[in-house]
Design a protein around this ligand. Structure first.
Ligand SMILES: *Cc1c(COP(=O)(O)O)cnc(C)c1O
Length: 452
């Protein structure tokens, strides 16, 4: 019988994060200050981020040391195991080998805790008292709440109103870790009041919640803002995933993975998992790196590569990324973490250069794959993670060839069981590709930077 998993020891947790920007064979388009139209300066971000994170955001250094205080917390759940999905392989009758990196073992059940700890640490070190953030379904809000609790920081989470009422369980977790959770749009901020004036029954969106959290941080000296995905420093913190995976594949005797697969919302678990392999991919095009997204919110597969805002109220810098337009309102699919209009600038640049591929799947085929995985491997995946599983199954079985398929298990689905109930009761449906809404939202791209 084959080995089922590789557990590393604490000394195998990486000493440094890996900055892929140092190894890219092209220049990354800079973020733009929407006020001046010029590349963003470090000072432009000082009102909302600590200096250490701004420096990481713009760094060209290949390795950035992980502070001991951060590494000590990561030890609570890292290194995470790499597991071989032997029982799934058997059910699929495939000769391919399927592995998954299990990030669901963190205290909050997903990869997001990796960056939450680092971000809370640097804010604390620079004298910040309170962090503001947004959350959709609540995974990021939970991760940051846990991290703020660890470093004794206040935390205020603007939670998209519809999730605030429909998904109370993650709100309970945030309360346990001491956070204040506010339904967004709220009366607390100018942007919130503006949105409520336009529509008093507004159910909120991630873009709106970002506007509220950024506004509060910008107006308060002792408060900063934290983002759970998209930005370079967030993806940097997640590279512990790929660095460990590389070591573990070697121990398993795998010389060259054929497929490296992860789901993409803002791109953080994908980037963290895949960036340490990008140099290998540049040398050897047989390695395929695949980003998977929902057909209902298809930024990489159907969006345009252009400068756009990260939020609805147009407060954030302009990032060059694959986007559906910052006013795009994605349909209510259950993979809440994948309902974002844009995507990490580095992931977008890699896609534009053809160094990674992207695929999209509909909700029902994704849940079917999730259930097969749960029945064979025992683990119940988050709906987001299930997108990677669906793709891994497809790649492992698409022909008779024996392949090495590795995917990132970004989180578990224990707080998403109502979505599984709906799948079983037949209430879950596929959403058509929202072509009309995307076309409309793309008209809202900042004009100067729109593609010709
Ligand atoms: C938030 C989340 C995602 C999507 O976010 P990325 O930044 O694209 O990784 C994926 N999986 C899980 C479990 C999540 O919580």
């Amino acid at each position: 019988m084959h080995d089922t998993k590789v557990n590393l020891s604490e000394k195998d947790i990486p000493q440094s994060w890996y900055n892929v920007a140092a190894d890219l064979p092209f220049e990354l388009p800079p973020p733009i200050n929407p006020g001046t139209g010029k590349p963003l300066a470090k000072d432009d971000l000082r009102a909302i981020f600590p200096l250490a994170l701004i420096e990481q955001e713009m760094s060209g250094k290949r390795w950035i040391e992980i502070p001991n205080e951060v590494r000590d917390i990561l030890k609570i759940w890292r290194p995470t195991p790499l597991k071989r999905a032997l029982r799934l392989e058997k059910a699929l009758k495939t000769r391919s080998r399927i592995y998954y990196k299990d990030e669901s073992v963190s205290p909050t059940g997903s990869h997001k805790t990796n960056t939450a700890i680092a971000q809370a640490y640097y804010n604390k070190k620079e004298g910040i008292k309170r962090i503001t953030t947004e959350t959709g379904a609540g995974q990021w809000g939970c991760a940051l709440s846990y991290a703020c609790n660890v470093f004794n920081l206040g935390c205020r989470v603007y939670m998209v109103k519809v999730s605030f009422h429909q998904k109370p369980l993650r709100k309970s977790l945030m309360h346990i870790w001491g956070s204040e959770v506010i339904a967004s749009p709220s009366e607390f901020t100018e942007s919130g009041r503006q949105m409520l004036k336009q529509d008093p029954h507004c159910q909120g969106s991630l873009g709106m919640a970002i506007s509220e959290a950024v506004e509060e941080a910008a107006k308060n000296k002792e408060a900063n803002y934290a983002l759970g995905s998209v930005l370079n420093h967030v993806l940097l913190h997640q590279t512990v995933i790929g660095l460990e995976t590389k070591k573990q594949l070697k121990i398993m005797g795998e010389k060259r993975p054929d497929y490296l697969i992860a789901c993409v919302g803002g791109g953080s678990n994908f980037g963290g998992f895949a960036f340490p392999f990008v140099k290998d991919r540049i040398k050897d095009s047989r390695i395929k790196i695949v980003a998977v997204e929902p057909s209902a919110c298809p930024s990489l597969t159907k969006g345009v590569y252009a400068y756009d805002h990260g939020d609805t109220a147009s407060l954030t810098p302009l990032l060059k990324m694959f986007t559906l337009g910052h006013t795009f309102m994605p349909p209510g699919i259950h993979a809440g973490g994948l309902r974002y209009h844009g995507c990490s600038p580095i992931v977008s640049a890699l896609a534009a250069k053809g160094l990674i591929e992207s695929k999209s799947y509909h909700q029902l085929e994704v849940f079917k794959a999730a259930v097969l995985f749960a029945k064979t491997e025992g683990m119940v995946p988050a709906p987001e993670t299930a997108h990677a599983i669906k793709c891994a199954i497809d790649m492992a079985t698409k022909d008779k060839k024996e392949k090495c398929v590795v995917f990132n298990f970004s989180g578990h689905g224990f707080l998403d069981l109502s979505a599984y109930d709906r799948f079983y009761s037949g209430e879950l449906k596929n959403y058509a590709y929202p072509a009309h809404q995307i076309k409309k939202a793309l008209k809202s791209l900042p004009k100067v930077f729109s593609p010709k």
